[in-house]
Design a protein around this ligand. Structure first.
Ligand SMILES: [Zn+2]
Length: 509
């Protein structure tokens, strides 16, 4: 680094969690959400309600607090989880990153803000492509730090290209800001001469999403154990559960340990964590509630005010995992059973929201859900409904995952199906924030049951209404079902638990 001028730190990233079984993610999806280049990035960082990834905001904030630095904004894209990225658009974004970085050389350091579970229609490791491109351009001696979602799938290529990788440690992800700050601290140490020693071990376990909570369960125990190994030498332990539905050869629970000294301490710590993870791998088996039992509970709770209310998570149709947010199994069963005091949110059906908007408040009509039939899981459901309330879908997240983030759910309608109130939206979004229901005038505290299209992030948003004992994870069909044996995986390294039951892991010598 030049002795007299502040270090120039390049910032770039392309964040997508790809479900190989979901529809292709396109340029339009990024343009709808976040796709900023050059100075646009700095403008957003300085704005009152930024749309940039939270960890990037944390990174910049910490750099500002700790050092003189010159941010060199390259390109940042972020989108809701979806299918494989259209290869043409990936190539376009990749080329844009590359040419902008080349034009900014020399830089003193690079921060890569990626998710880690992206695939394209033709490539199983586009995150690795980005990491390797950065390393090739900046050369071996310029520090490169990356943050990843704990659902990222890690390749050796990614680990080799970066000097340090910092992954989220909480699920729901409420530590994104903290991990961005941590990455900044690591980068500053590297600018002072630190060259981390990094160990990487991947296990033949693809944990179903519902087994990756960090409040309790096998993953919580493993993350906690990993943190006990941090000392003056080992400075970061990242354990990534990964995202099974990406269906890649690099899938598998990944352990990345970084130490200050190259004395084998990182490798020893990684080995200890791997041994413990493997000893407990059978715990990564999902336990769900059948639809019949869930409906029975909702009806019982609706009939008896003394029973605590419940929240049903439609874990198999989670937009945050690539689901369409429009499957009807739960709502249909509750309607048939005559359930009372139920709120369902948020159903992604632009055509229905548009029709309700055209009919106007108070209109009574036959609501047809999924008239366009999106995919094999989004079947048609028809019910008599009243339009209770209409809105444009603009809101700011209130609690948890989306807290403080500006969101747009598109034209939104609250429909009353008689005993069941449904919030219908137009931009596919995970129901992780109570604000999505409250903006329609709904009183969540008064409901007997709430149904959310979310796998786990709803927990951090709705925890003021529902404790862990009031959560019911429902086993319905869908693109994000935790029952992995229902998927036709083609590229996972096999055998892998729990897709396969008979798996051995020989600890490397
Ligand atoms: Zn995640």
């Amino acid at each position: 680094m030049n002795e007299h001028s502040p270090p120039r730190v390049a910032i770039l990233g392309l964040m997508l969690e790809s479900n190989n079984f979901a529809p292709v993610t396109t340029e339009a999806d990024f343009l709808d959400r976040v796709y900023l280049a050059g100075d646009e990035i700095l403008q957003d960082l300085g704005s009152a309600d930024p749309i940039l990834p939270t960890e990037l905001r944390g990174f910049a904030k910490e750099m500002d607090a700790l050092a003189e630095w010159s941010p060199v904004p390259i390109l940042i894209g972020l989108v809701e989880a979806g299918g494989p990225l259209d290869q043409n658009f990936f190539q376009l974004a990749f080329n844009e990153m590359k040419s902008r970085l080349v034009a900014e050389m020399p830089v003193d350091a690079v921060y890569i803000c990626n998710h880690g579970a992206m695939i394209t229609t033709e490539n199983k490791d586009p995150d690795g492509e980005i990491f390797a491109m950065v390393r090739e351009i900046v050369g071996p001696d310029v520090p490169v730090v990356a943050t990843l979602d704990l659902h990222g799938n890690v390749s050796q290529r990614m680990v080799s290209a970066a000097d340090a990788i910092v992954a989220y440690r909480t699920n729901p992800h409420v530590d994104m800001l903290a991990r961005g700050k941590e990455a900044a601290g690591v980068l500053l140490e590297m600018l002072d001469g630190l060259k981390p020693d990094v160990a990487f071990i991947r296990l033949p376990i693809t944990p179903p999403t519902v087994t990756l909570l960090t409040e309790a369960g096998p993953y919580a125990d493993l993350i906690d154990y990993g943190q006990t190994l941090i000392d003056g030498d080992v400075f970061n332990v990242s354990i990534l559960g990964g995202f099974a539905y990406s269906d890649t050869p690099k899938n598998g629970l990944a352990i990345i340990v970084s130490s200050r000294q190259a004395n084998g301490s990182a490798q020893r710590a990684a080995q200890k964590i791997a041994d413990r993870a493997w000893a407990e791998h059978k715990r990564y088996t999902p336990v769900l509630t059948s639809l019949e039992d869930a409906v029975q509970t909702v009806c019982a709770v609706g009939a008896d005010e003394k029973l605590p209310p419940v929240i049903l998570a439609d874990v198999a149709d989670n937009p945050g995992g690539g689901g369409n947010g429009n499957t009807m199994w739960i709502i249909e069963a509750l309607h048939r059973a005559g359930a009372k005091g139920v709120i369902v949110g948020v159903i992604n059906d632009p055509a229905l929201a548009a029709e309700a908007t055209a009919l106007g408040k108070g209109a009574r009509f036959d609501a047809v859900f999924n008239r366009d039939n999106g995919d094999e899981f989004s079947h048609r459901f028809e019910a008599e409904a009243t339009v209770v309330r209409l809105r444009d879908g603009e809101c700011v997240g209130r609690r948890g995952f989306y807290a403080g983030r500006k969101m747009n759910l598109g034209p939104t309608a609250l429909l009353d199906l008689g005993g069941i109130q449904v919030v219908v939206i137009s931009v596919r979004t995970q129901c992780a924030d109570p604000a999505f229901l409250e903006m329609m005038g709904l009183d969540i505290g008064a409901a007997r049951a709430v149904v959310v299209k979310s796998r786990g992030h709803f927990r951090a948003g709705f925890d003021e209404f529902f404790g862990p004992d009031q959560v019911i994870e429902v086993d319905a069909p869908g693109l994000t079902s935790p029952i992995l044996s229902r998927f036709n995986f083609k590229y996972l390294p096999r055998p892998v638990f729990p897709v396969d039951q008979d798996v051995t892991w020989p600890a490397p010598a």
